[in-house]
Unconditional design. Structure first.
Length: 182
């Protein structure tokens, strides 16, 4: 499958929650939607991004956006993980990796998961999250993350395919894109 780029229609992904199935198109109709595909629960960089985006959630909402994070676990495990960290936005489940495959998120190599660019960012992530994390706790440790901003018409305005496990877009970039399309 080819990657999604700015201007493309974003697929209407169906994802699980503890309350049932959610269709993403229902979420972007009211304003821009930030969609963050996360790696695994033990990923320090994913937890760092949850904290950073969570800290800017009010600002993103004021700009008209909503945010969802997608994890590769069951709805119950995803809910419990996010609730225990007081994530202020919805966390959705894709235990069969169908959504990850639909948007063509790849798997990393030893270099993209553990290389120098990742290692030099690790201490910063640990300082913010307060924990080194650990193993995948059931998820695919090689899964790479990705972030998209979708406008009200369902068009992609930002497609960020992470080059390595530490590569998440800055919150300022997300805010700029949201403000431009809100």
């Amino acid at each position: 499958m080819s990657t999604i780029t700015a201007g493309d229609a974003f697929p209407n992904l169906r994802l699980a929650t503890v309350d049932g199935v959610v269709q993403l198109r229902d979420r972007w109709r009211d304003g821009p939607l930030v969609v963050m595909f996360m790696r695994h629960f033990g990923c320090a960089f994913c937890r760092e991004q949850l904290i950073r985006v969570g800290g800017a959630f009010d600002e993103l909402r004021e700009a008209g956006a909503d945010v969802v994070a997608i994890f590769q676990y069951t709805a119950e495990a995803t809910h419990d993980f996010c609730a225990s960290r007081e994530v202020p936005f919805d966390c959705l489940a894709d235990p069969w990796h169908e959504a990850y495959a639909t948007v063509s998120l790849g798997r990393g190599t030893r270099r993209t998961l553990l290389g120098w660019r990742v290692a030099k960012r690790y201490p910063e992530a640990i300082r913010l999250t307060g924990s080194p994390g650990g193993g995948p706790k059931g998820g695919d440790m090689a899964q790479l993350p990705g972030t998209f901003v979708i406008d009200r018409s369902g068009r992609v305005r930002l497609a960020h395919y992470s080059e390595n496990s530490a590569d998440n877009p800055p919150v300022a970039t997300l805010l700029d894109v949201v403000r431009a399309v809100a």
